[in-house]
Design a protein around this ligand. Sequence first.
Ligand SMILES: [Zn+2]
Length: 287
Amino acid sequence: MSGLFWLALDGVGHPADAPPGSPWEQELPVLRPLIDQGMALDAALGVPGLPQSGTGQSCWLTGHDAVALMGEHFGPQPGPTLQRLLQQFSLPVRLTRAGARTALVNRYEPQYLAPPLPGTRGSGRNRLGCFPYSFRAAGLPLNPPGLPLLGATLGLGLERPWMTAPLPDLTQQGKVLGQAAQDWDLLVADLWFSDLLGHEGAPNVTPHSVVGQAARAYLRNLDALLTGLLDTGTRIILSSDHGNFEHLGVKTHTAARVPFAGAAVAYLPGGDVVAGGQAIALCCGLS
Ligand SMILES: [Zn+2]
């Protein structure tokens, strides 16, 4: 069986819960059919407040209800309680224990990985998000050697106005990653840039505004990446931890349902992000 490639979107609500004028309203010939054939999952888990990445991603990575464990939505980075959960139950940890091969294909800049100097602000605190934290907890390297690494901006610039010229075509990168996936049980891309763009939202943002155009370009590049991946026959899982990017009229996260979709994978359940995390583990051969 070929490897599984997990596109873990950050802060992208399902198009069915997006307001008019959202970045979803454009031609996305490969991405949109995949999403529409998949599920829209609840990320709120019956707890007041807006879903956050620390708890949301922990649900996806472990299949445990991290929001119930915390008693609230928490994030973006996992604190001590979620760190313990990820050390014990996250997918990279469980797969590595089972002798399976998994890697995080994100390309991290050296300054992200360098620890803050002792005595400076934040020096005693974990700064890694749930995905890099879990791979490290499994004893696996970030920026793993021998893999074609992916920038989470998907070819956009990290700073406003984010658009680069010419915008790269990510189809070829998708093909290279899809071919690499054949040698692995699970490759993961932690696509956090969509949440960053979502936080740039503001009242009266239009599709033609700077952030509106960048958000549309980001989804088009994701569509191209997915096209290349699917060309290689790779099995795909696509998820998201909470809403934000789909509603650029607000700066904050949203209570939107999130997409859970796949190609060449077993049945995907409806329900919530905890059920989604359990289903991904099953796709990887874990129970
Ligand atoms: Zn956020």
